[in-house]
Ligand binder design. Structure first.
Ligand code: FA5
Length: 347
């Protein structure tokens, strides 16, 4: 091997010995084995040699290239192993440290209330179904025995969506789902329908322009008012406590006959009279009644064969009573201080 190659070998080996980082390894490789490195330059020098010396010189350069490549690979293995070792030491994790509790979102109190109410009715054999919020006025009113120009139509402060062919509304109550359900199935029917409703309403502590209702509907061959009373009393006691007294009074809704309002004795004053029950001792929970024969006829049920009852309640109002919330507007202001309280209440 020529002196030049000997010197090259020594220089490369000494520098390689001292290398401890991956960056220096890359530099070394570029300087000696790279395309413009010293081995390549040495090979180019072959043209300066007399022809008879060229084969031996070429072999010597190739042998040196292989030797340096091997030395480089070994050094690279050592350097990488050492750097991995030190990283493992630096980045080691104490697996015995307790984890940080993640800040998770929670279910909205209205969602939780819907689940609680539908669970109670589920245990009594009611299926939960849902329906459209954008509704045809036929389902919202006409089929519910509230024809066009009927004064009762004004009671639901309806938000109308413009439509040239048909009157389309944001549903003001969940009662349209009575019709949609009965159109789909033959009796017996037992459903509850939770969902969002909309009304063009002046806002105050108990009125929102969007809120939730749950509709209930039971239709069969021998359903009576007794079934309605028993079911609602059981519901009220499951949600508000076994000691609750219940009251049914006459009320008017065009799609039921007779119609009732359903109340429970005030749990805040035990019926003595307080601010929550406006001094009456009773809190009205919902409207209900026996499904009007005209409604049954609209869906093709024979009112001489089938009878049924229906109810509709406001979910926010139930949650307000159950959890002592004084203003309905809290539900939709997105204030985490309000919402996070319900982790504990519902846990
Ligand atoms: C109805 O909407 C009837 N569809 C209920 C019904 C169904 C009667 C089946 C008979 C048979 P009403 O307008 O009273 O009824 O509303 C029912 C409940 O919805 C109220 O008791 C109240 O809890 C809730 N509610 C009504 N308007 C609002 C509002 N603006 N904000 C919050 N809750 C409301």
């Amino acid at each position: 091997m020529s002196d030049d190659l000997e010197r090259l070998k020594r220089e490369a080996s000494e520098r390689l010995e001292r290398i401890t980082s991956e960056d220096d390894l890359a530099d070394w490789h570029r300087d000696f084995l790279g395309r413009q490195g010293q081995i390549t330059s040495a090979m180019k020098g072959i043209s300066q040699l007399p022809a008879e010396e060229r084969p031996a010189f070429g072999q010597a350069v190739n042998a040196l290239r292989n030797e340096l490549q091997e030395a480089f690979d070994n050094r690279q293995d050592q350097v990488l192993a050492a750097s991995l070792q030190s990283r493992l030491q630096q980045e080691s994790v104490d697996v015995t440290l307790p984890g940080r509790t993640p800040l998770a979102g929670t279910l909205h109190p209205v969602t939780r209330m819907i689940r609680e109410i539908t669970r109670v009715f589920g245990l009594m054999g009611f299926q939960t179904v849902e329906g459209p919020e954008v509704e045809d006025a036929y389902y919202a009113f006409d089929a519910l025995n509230i024809p066009q120009d009927h004064p009762a139509r004004d009671v639901w402060d309806t938000i109308f969506i413009e439509s040239e062919q048909r009157e389309i509304v944001l549903r003001p109550h969940t009662s349209p789902m009575q019709i949609r359900t009965m159109e789909q199935v033959e009796p017996p029917v037992r459903v509850v329908v939770p969902g969002r409703c909309y009304r063009y309403e002046a806002l105050d502590a108990t009125h929102e322009w969007h809120f939730h209702q749950i509709e209930g509907l039971a239709v069969d061959t021998s359903i009576t008012m007794t079934d309605l009373k028993g079911t609602l009393a059981e519901f009220a006691r499951q949600i508000f406590g076994q000691e609750r007294k219940v009251r049914f009074r006459c009320d008017y809704f065009p799609f039921v006959e007779p119609g009732v309002d359903f109340a429970i004795d005030c749990m805040f004053c035990e019926g003595k009279g307080c601010r929550v029950c406006s001094g009456t001792g009773w809190i009205e929970l919902l409207g209900a009644g026996m499904v009007h024969p005209n409604v049954l006829r609209h869906v093709g049920y024979d009112p001489d064969v089938y009878t049924g009852w229906a109810f509709g309640m406001g979910i926010e109002r139930i949650a307000m009573l159950k959890y002592g919330i004084e203003d309905i507007r809290h539900f939709y202001q997105g204030d985490v201080r309000f919402l996070s309280q319900f982790n504990r209440v519902f846990a």
